[in-house]
Ligand binder design. Structure first.
Ligand SMILES: *Cc1c(COP(=O)(O)O)cnc(C)c1O
Length: 345
């Protein structure tokens, strides 16, 4: 089979959720936006719900529909983008909870679905989503009597623990919400690791569940094996791949594996990325193509059938570093062409 295989370790995902949950005394939800960070939102949400997660977070209402289908009625599904024009039926029928971001959304929600649960998102300095402090101050006495299910904000620099922005946002959040009755939420993965002051009533980790930084103790969840289609000898002085960027410095063996930038193996990682066979690391030779990668396997004693790009030693963070990006982008870029296998226990 020429298709690469992506293995998703659901028990490892559940172990990561439990480990993050154990760091707090508050409720721990799960952020499953972007198709569960590329790993399959339905499967991911079901595994976490079985482990006890009762609150799920998505970016947009359509993603909420997928989660509702996977989970059935019961668990809460919170939508970060709030109540957008055209979302009303979905929010009502699938019982989604919009996190309202603006006066416009607040008006839309209270007019279209009076009595339907909602949360409020506040801007504490990131300037991305949520009511500004002045808007909140003007509206809180109207909003709070409607019993929002959550009042939340988001940290801009939580992956950098000593960044002064963290304390600044914490302070702003407290100033805006101390004394209210509604449950409060500030922390995603990074915020959980900052300590209990940041936890409030609900944490909503995403990337740490899937094995990404800043949760450095996370168990790896994604494994990617790329089948070798062909192996050839390349004489010293010959070149490999587009634009002749790799030249053999010795008599070499080059393997061509099935996967490329169209599968999320982003081209920029090329010169730094390695593929693994057992303990051996084999460097990429030349440019990453759309569907193929050429790999220098000269130093291997045998000819494998496949090489791995993600495993327990080379994680999404290793690849992110090779590509000059973050683990989030590696995960959410994982391709649609992979054969996906879920380990369930
Ligand atoms: C993506 C996101 C999360 C999850 O963040 P991680 O860093 O992946 O843990 C939580 N809250 C909001 C508002 C988000 O956009």
């Amino acid at each position: 089979m020429g298709t690469a295989s992506l293995t998703i370790d659901l028990p490892a995902l559940v172990a990561n959720w439990r480990a993050l949950d154990a760091m707090t005394t508050c409720e721990t939800g799960a952020t499953v936006k972007a198709n569960g960070y590329g790993l399959g939102a339905g499967k991911v949400a079901r595994a976490l719900a079985q482990a006890g997660a009762r609150h799920f977070f998505v970016a947009v209402a359509e993603e909420g529909a997928t989660i509702r289908e996977a989970l059935g009625p019961g668990p809460a599904i919170h939508v970060f983008s709030g109540h957008m024009r055209g979302d009303t039926d979905m929010i009502a029928d699938l019982h989604l909870t919009p996190m309202l971001n603006s006066v416009e959304q607040l008006t839309r929600h209270l007019e279209a679905l009076p009595g339907h649960p909602f949360g409020v998102q506040l801007d504490t300095g990131m300037n991305r989503l949520g009511l500004e402090p002045a808007e909140w101050n003007a509206l809180r006495e109207i909003i709070l009597p409607q019993n929002p299910v959550m009042v939340m904000s988001h940290l801009a620099c939580a992956d950098t623990p000593d960044h002064p922005m963290n304390a600044q946002q914490l302070d702003a959040f407290r100033t805006m919400t101390d004394g209210i009755n509604a449950p409060r939420s500030l922390a995603a993965t990074g915020g959980i690791l900052l300590g209990s002051e940041y936890h409030f009533d609900m944490c909503r980790p995403g990337v740490g569940l899937y094995g990404g930084a800043p949760f450095t103790d996370a168990a790896p969840v994604a494994y990617l094996d790329l089948p070798i289609i062909q192996v050839r000898d390349v004489a010293e002085g010959e070149t490999v791949g587009y634009s002749n960027t790799w030249e053999a410095k010795r008599m070499s063996r080059v393997a061509t594996v099935s996967a490329g930038y169209a599968d999320g193996v982003i081209r920029a990682m090329g010169p730094n990325a390695k593929l693994r066979f057992g303990e051996a690391l084999c460097p990429v030779a030349g440019r990453i193509s759309m569907d193929l990668i050429t790999v220098d396997i000269t130093d291997l004693d045998e000819e494998p059938r496949a090489l791995s790009l993600l495993d327990d030693k080379q994680t999404v963070e290793t690849l992110a570093e090779a590509a000059g990006t973050i683990g989030y982008e590696i995960l959410t870029s994982l391709g649609a062409r992979y054969g996906r296998r879920y380990v369930t226990g």
